[in-house]
Design a protein. Structure first.
Length: 329
């Protein structure tokens, strides 16, 4: 989801190399370093996610911390059905790297050669990783990592390409900024890029794709509203959390369960799971706020949380007791 309006993001892109390089090199969590991705509830605000969820249907996560060894901060952005994870960590010098951790707990650094920063965003069950990197000139490119070989993903005639999601067929989705500074979703199949745009939207961002080709993501309408979308058999539908000021950052799994973020009237971020037509709020108890990034097909969640001192840690977890908790109000 987006922490700046599309107009502001285009203006930021036009500031040039020095501004981009300064943001990335100093490991800022801003627009360009994060490819328009929000961390901690930033649909249109600069707040951490609210740890209190005002809802009657709550899924409480039983989680464990997952930090890259020696890192100053860790984000777990993807988990496959085998329990392998990928994400991002900042080292003690403030440099940003991707990582892969297999289900047995062994870590590997994911770093595109000659890049100044790398972000590993998702992986499939074949352990193929998709993400983004920033080159020495400040340009952001997508990448695919398979069998220890990196492949750059650059949408033709674009300013920026980001890889966000991947299925077991190796099909990739993400976002692209075209030459006019406009944002589109895309799907990459068999080496061919195709735009994915919600009808009449100002901009579109694709976050996930299933093995059947269903996609999910978010879009901005002409009035500046942010909504999620679900694309099935070529037909788009909107997904809006009831009463939210904005809904976005949505991903979908093979069971057609949609995970996303919603903002309340004060701009605080919350996370939901849409399952069988019913919305459930997600609570990561015992934290000072959390970002829920993804849920795989076996019900395992991943993300990051903030401790009482404001430090960021990665996590993986399941719904506590495997069922929703009813909260009395």
């Amino acid at each position: 989801m987006k922490n700046l309006s599309r107009v502001a993001r285009v203006a930021a892109l036009s500031l040039g190399f020095f501004f981009v390089f300064t943001l990335v090199a100093s490991a800022q969590r801003g627009l360009i370093a994060q490819e328009g991705r929000l961390t901690g509830g930033q649909l249109h605000r600069n707040r951490r996610p609210d740890s209190m969820v005002p809802a009657t249907n709550v899924l409480t996560l039983n989680f464990q911390t997952l930090d890259y060894p020696g890192a100053s901060s860790t984000e777990v952005r993807g988990v496959n059905d085998r329990g392998d994870t990928v994400g991002v960590f900042d080292d003690s010098a403030g440099s940003q790297h991707g990582f892969f951790r297999n289900g047995r707990g062994a870590f590997e650094v994911v770093s595109v050669p000659r890049a100044i920063s790398t972000r590993a965003n998702k992986l499939n069950n074949e352990q193929t990783i998709v993400g983004a990197y920033t080159d020495r000139g400040g340009t952001i490119h997508g990448f695919l990592l398979s069998d220890k070989k990196f492949t750059s993903l650059d949408f033709p005639r674009s300013l920026q390409t980001v890889g966000r999601g991947i299925n077991d067929l190796g099909e990739v989705v993400g976002r692209v900024i075209d030459q006019n500074g406009l944002e589109h979703g895309y799907v990459w199949r068999n080496g061919i890029f195709t735009k994915v745009d919600f009808p009449d939207a100002v901009s579109t961002d694709a976050y996930s794709i299933t093995n059947l080709g269903d996609m999910s993501g978010d879009y901005e309408d002409a009035g500046g509203g942010i909504h999620c979308f679900f694309l099935h058999l070529g037909k788009f539908s909107s997904v809006d959390y009831p009463g939210a000021s904005a809904t976005g950052g949505c991903s979908v799994n093979e069971r057609k369960e949609i995970l996303g973020e919603w903002d309340d009237a004060d701009g605080n971020a919350h996370y939901f799971l849409l399952r069988n037509g019913k919305f459930h709020n997600i609570e990561v108890a015992g934290t000072s706020g959390a970002v829920v990034e993804f849920m795989n097909d076996v019900g395992q969640f991943c993300g990051e949380y903030f401790d009482s001192e404001g430090s960021e840690h990665g996590f993986i977890g399941y719904v506590e007791n495997g069922h929703e908790e009813k909260i009395e109000q």
